[in-house]
Design a protein around this ligand. Structure first.
Ligand SMILES: [Zn+2]
Ligand SMILES: [Zn+2]
Length: 405
């Protein structure tokens, strides 16, 4: 047994529970993390070399597997995508000795190696040679990039190399890419999105989200970048729906629809139903109904509709304008989200007898409309003024420093 095999055996038998990070000082912890990553990189390099040798000798055949990839998915329990990337790296790495050496030294990780080996195909190596770029130079340039950059920027460097040697190839890589978006509602509440886009489609979505994200950012915003992107996507769609320029659906304007029992609408508890996302609480339904048109369907004991009526609970253009002139932006303490992003909130909800009027209306951005309905914050306007006060659920007022209440 070679010494490497026995070392691997020992590492595989190490129990991470015997290692207590609490025993390490902060400085040691900061040293341990990159050290561990170097060790992982070196072990990944060992695995890649084993896969290369195993593939050459067709060792998978003895286990009844047709390819090294299927053997890896079965015996190492890798995903299909992981096994494909590993086999590709194993096959192409020997032709890039600099990258192979950096991997063996732990200086680059498996993500770096996968990005480079996916881009440097045999056809492109040939195209580069025709253009007078030899593989040794490519190896040197991309390895240098991988040594100093993260995997994402290494991928960009690899794509620049592809663009240089094989512009049509770059086109091939991106032109045929389908744009895929899947949405699935779940019993737990969240709606899951999975998607991938071609570079131009992705850039388009990114530019639109960026515009919404930069359009307004409240002071003291602690949302992560991912949370801000999520909010921006919803805001973009809200504005598209409100703008009324989307195609109609079965003769009606595209909009968010909520179905709810009339009694539940004014009840403390209860739930309503969104056709796609599923059940929501009564309070969330009241928020959605706060600035909405309402279709009342009276059903008989058999559940069949007896009467259908329409009521407008959206502020009319005149009322909305008057409220916008008075409030200018979201009235929640410290928020200055522009009027165009705001709902007209009924201070006393219409389900509880509140009227749709300038006096009973207030501009609230989606976030703070949610805070007021579901979060139990409240807002009140000093009578006869345009001055709003915001109160926490415990009744204390939120005061903005440097501004008199
Ligand atoms: Zn409201
Ligand atoms: Zn706001």
């Amino acid at each position: 047994m070679s010494s490497w095999t026995s070392v691997l055996q020992q590492i595989a038998e190490l129990d991470p529970r015997d290692f207590d990070p609490a025993d390490l000082a902060d400085e040691q912890l900061r040293e341990t993390m990159p050290l561990t990553q170097v060790a992982i990189n070196r072990l990944s390099a060992v695995l890649t070399r084993c896969v290369a040798a195993g593939g050459d000798r067709q060792v998978h055949a003895a286990d009844g597997m047709g390819t090294m990839k299927t053997w890896l998915t079965a015996h190492c329990r890798l995903s299909g995508a992981e096994a494909t990337a590993l086999v590709r790296a194993a096959c192409r790495l020997p032709s890039m000795p600099e990258l192979q050496a950096a991997y063996a030294a732990g200086a680059v990780g498996s993500a770096h190696v996968q990005m480079v080996t996916a881009a440097v195909t045999p056809a492109r190596i040939a195209a580069a040679a025709d253009a007078g770029i030899d593989l040794a130079t490519t190896d040197q340039v991309l390895t240098e990039a991988a040594r100093v950059l993260g995997p994402e920027d290494t991928a960009k460097a690899a794509r620049r190399w592809v663009a240089g040697v094989d512009p049509d190839g770059l086109l091939d890589d991106s032109a045929g890419l389908p744009r895929v978006l899947r949405m699935a509602s779940s019993s737990g509440g969240p709606v899951y999105l999975t998607r991938h886009l071609d570079p131009v489609g992705g850039e388009t979505v990114h530019a639109a989200l960026e515009a919404v994200m930069n359009g307004y950012r409240p002071a003291d915003d602690r949302r992560s970048h991912a949370e801000r992107q999520g909010d921006a996507l919803v805001e973009l769609c809200r504005q598209a729906l409100a703008g009324g320029s989307l195609p109609t659906v079965r003769g009606e304007r595209a909009q968010v629809r909520v179905s709810m029992d009339l009694q539940a609408l004014s009840a403390e508890r209860g739930f309503a139903e969104l056709p796609f996302a599923g059940p929501i609480t009564a309070e969330t339904a009241r928020r959605l109904a706060c600035d909405a048109s309402v279709v009342r369907i009276v059903t008989g004991p058999s559940g069949l509709p007896l009467d259908v009526g329409r009521e407008q609970r959206t502020a009319s253009a005149g009322i909305r304008r008057a409220i916008e002139v008075r409030d200018v932006h979201c009235v929640f303490a410290g928020c200055r989200a522009p009027a165009a992003w705001c709902d007209v909130h009924h201070v006393i909800h219409w389900a509880f007898g509140g009227v749709t009027s300038r006096d009973n209306g207030a501009l609230l951005c989606e976030r703070h409309h949610t805070a007021v309905h579901e979060g139990r914050f409240s807002i009140a306007r000093a009578p006869g003024t345009a001055v709003w006060h915001t109160f926490r659920p415990d009744g204390t007022e939120i005061l903005i420093r440097g501004k008199s209440p």
